[in-house]
Design a protein around this ligand. Sequence first.
Ligand code: CA
Ligand code: CA
Length: 582
Amino acid sequence: MKGPMMRALSGAAALSLAVAAAPLIAQAPQGPNDADLMNDAASTGDVLTYGMGPQAYRFSTLKAIDTSNVSKLVPAFAASLGGEKQRGQEAQPIVYDGTIYVTGSYSRVFAFDARTGEEKWQYDARLPDGIMPCCDVVNRGAAIYGDKIIFATLDARLVALNRNTGKVIWNKQIADYKEGYSATAAPLIVKGMVITGNSGGEFGVVGAVEARDVNTGELIWHRPVIEGHMGTLKGKDNGITGKLNATWTGDLWKSGGGATWLGGTYDPETNLLFFGTGNPAPWNSHLRPGDNLYTASTLAIDPDTGVIKWHFQTTPHDGWDFDGVNEFIPFDATINGKPMKLGAKADRNGYFFVLDRTNGKFISASKFVMQTTWANGFNKNGKPNYIPEGRPPAPGEGKGKPVFASPSFLGGKNWMPMAYSQDTGLFYIPSNDWGMDIWNEPIAYKKGAAYLGAGFTIKSIAEDHIGALRAMDPKTGKIVWEYKNKAPLWGGVLTTGGNLVFTGTPEGYLKAFDAKTGQELWKFQTGSGVVGSPVTWEQDGEQYVAVMSGWGGAVPLWGGEVAKSFKDINQGGALWVFKLPK
Ligand code: CA
Ligand code: CA
């Protein structure tokens, strides 16, 4: 008996088996439950979560496709997202019971037959005119639970659709888009709760993480991530975040930023959610003295109460929009002879952090980019050794004096998720080497208006590349290999038991590399830039690989000189699926 049917017959249903066996067997699977989501990394026949498991390793044990045969990989089919809405396609596909679910630009969801690519249904969110996404109209993926597909929209709503029909089951507002809020991250589902963050750090919003009942969409808890704001649990006050005015002066915390725009990971072992928080608002750091907690940090949150258990700030008093939202991936390793429960994050500020995930204690920070002009490493307490002249100075009356800063605000690594191989023990980081001229300007907060107080121009810093896929050894902080790419890398990474690493390029290729050496083994031209996250699964005894193609995201919008060099990349919107020939 196969998995889904076995599940349908288990638990309460088994009691009535004797009288109701026939109708039960005839039913379609009820859909993934909490245990299935937690087991996603081990179940190779489906992809149920963003990150291919709640820890987001993006690692599959599948090895039918390996270093010896990946050069033979060919398309099984491609499916177009159609329409005129061809913008950045940053989604990771979800694969379940013969269907591939993807989200597309402008808050769309598609269900495709996983064997033929034929469309089953499409859902287009009706977006108001006044949405304010900072960095393209992207979406990074959906969540699946029971009969539902759940995703977040650009007008800061959360929508649950019936996964068989695409019909709306519930639709809830996360926050008010008129204040600058939006949402683009894939939801995380833990213990029957949909856990989401929010976007809008460039508009002086207040970052928050919240949990909703997956069946009804009703709010369970809400946790603002800026000190001074009150959290709630089941409609009641549940304590203030941090300590009022400890690291913010005056009323600045009320529009303090810290958007949790990339979503989070979950570690069942410690029962902790890990969410990154974005830049403090405004960008001009001279207008907000202090560390500005909990911006540019990783937070560990209790999923049962929404209480913050620990925090680690990667860029205290951020003055470069380094954010800090990057995914925190729990992993175990032996450090100095001691087995430890750790977590790793490749931060936009150019450093790869390893922390003790049980308490947030600093273990190490290793530079993973060519250059960091803002700090020269971290001390043993996990505080940056700032380079004072690397901070853009206070502006005075008009535009302040520009300084050159590296990484640029687009980051040593931006949203695009890294992968962690349990075989090689390496993290594969999609990184970029670039800098910017940045200067400060006067600014005052106005609801729903951009709140930067800064200007910038992105610049190249190397002749031959901006993008660099780097294999990082978390135990030594050393780069084991790197692959350099002319255009900035903007897509996620996948690694497999076949000793492979997959990632896409803006030039249009999905590429495969040897996970141990970085040797390029295969590439396929998808017709537009690849900025999505690839996945793999097993179906009908064969291994498949899928990725979204469609150039866009923040680079063409904010890339300055860099964007000009890549202005000829064509837009698109397609799901590509690959396998070995029979
Ligand atoms: Ca799975
Ligand atoms: Ca930001």
